[in-house]
Design a protein around this ligand. Structure first.
Ligand SMILES: Nc1nc2c(ncn2[C@@H]2O[C@H](COP(=O)(O)OP(=O)(O)O)[C@@H](O)[C@H]2O)c(=O)[nH]1
Ligand SMILES: [Mg+2]
Length: 324
């Protein structure tokens, strides 16, 4: 299951107690204080990990606790520091402090680590010249996660337009494909490797967009946040109008939904793609589409693999332009 929000509770380790003790042996009655310091508590640390795609694990485990520092002991022995608690989260997780409603950090690069709760300092032992202290308490917080996938290209279009078919043909993704709407209930990520491009790029198939999605129809606009940080959109249209649909209207409606979601999505560069060109009705519809919109459109058959090379070249061209 694809889960893209979660709430967790974190507690860093408490500092260990400082020790109150005095040197003693047969010849010394009132020895010097020699209590060691307590160890610091461990931190709770988050790490962005590109091999994780969902926040599902946090539905089951919500509490994360780092180890407390060990107490100091006599003969000036310091207590050991508590172990950190490392929590791996998907690359693209936006982390907020729910107690203050403040953004902590957007974990937008693989391997970034942040401390979300700092361990308490260990108390000092009496060898420091005053009475031993207790350790400080570790920080404790409620943390919110909001996953926004990181992909270069987002594929949008009506259910059944052929998004899953397309992503399965151009990338390593293996989504479910079927001729009924809402087969895909979660965004799919796929890696595309091109021979003449040194870098791979990532495509995301965004399912569930229909008219009224921004008002919560169908799967609603739940998944649109996942295309917010893509560099370009591939707007896929079923040009054959297989379900008795009008491709021109489909195009208009999806754009309206993008508009309603955010200005950023409305302004994003779109590569318009006419799919299902292997079917007879598609030719007539494409003519009508061209007459109405006068925009560049790439004709493909995702199913038969026609036109995909041209599409990939176009994507690659725009991604290179976007590089800085
Ligand atoms: N004839 C034809 N059918 C296609 C093409 N692309 C997808 N389909 C079919 O359209 C249906 C919906 O495809 P799917 O990829 O699941 O669409 P999605 O809902 O946008 O992910 C499936 O039955 C596909 O086999 C195409 O280029 N030509
Ligand atoms: Mg699909």
């Amino acid at each position: 299951m694809f889960i893209d929000t979660a709430k967790i509770h974190v507690k860093a380790g408490d500092g260990g107690k400082g020790c109150q003790s005095y040197f003693r042996d047969t010849r010394v009655e009132h020895g010097k204080p020699n209590g060691g310091d307590g160890g610091d508590g461990g931190d709770v640390v988050l790490r962005a990990d590109k091999s994780i795609y969902t926040l599902l694990d946090f539905q089951y485990q919500r509490h994360f606790k780092a180890q407390s520092g060990k107490h100091g002991s006599s003969s000036d022995k310091a207590g050991a520091r508590g172990d950190d608690c490392l929590v791996r989260v998907p690359l693209g997780t936006v982390v907020t402090d729910l107690d203050t409603d403040c953004l902590i950090r957007d974990l937008d690069h693989d391997g970034i680590e942040i401390v979300v709760a700092r361990g308490g300092r260990g108390g000092r032992g009496n060898s420091r010249g005053h009475d031993a202290e207790t350790g400080q308490a570790g920080e404790e917080k409620n943390i919110g996660f909001n996953l926004k996938l990181i992909a270069d290209v987002g594929i949008v279009g009506f259910p059944n337009a052929g998004k899953s078919t397309l992503i399965s043909k151009i990338s390593n993704a293996t989504p479910k494909i079927a001729s009924y709407p809402f087969t895909t209930k979660a965004p799919t990520l796929g890696v595309v490797k091109l021979e003449d491009r040194d870098e791979d790029f990532i495509v995301a198939d965004i399912p569930g967009l229909i008219e009224g999605a921004h008002k919560g129809k169908g799967l609603g606009d739940r998944f649109l946040k996942h295309v917010e940080r893509t560099k370009i959109l591939v707007h896929l249209i079923d040009m054959a109008g297989v379900d008795g649909r009008d491709p021109c209207e489909d195009f208009r409606i999806i754009n309206e939904e993008l508009d309603a979601f955010s200005e950023e999505l409305a302004d994003k560069k779109q590569i318009i793609v006419a799919n299902k060109m292997d079917l007879e009705a598609a030719g007539t519809h494409l003519k009508a589409f061209r007459a109405r919109y006068r925009k560049k459109i790439i004709a493909v058959s995702a199913l038969q693999g026609e036109g995909l090379k041209e599409l990939l070249e176009e994507i690659s061209k725009h991604l290179s332009k976007n590089r800085y």
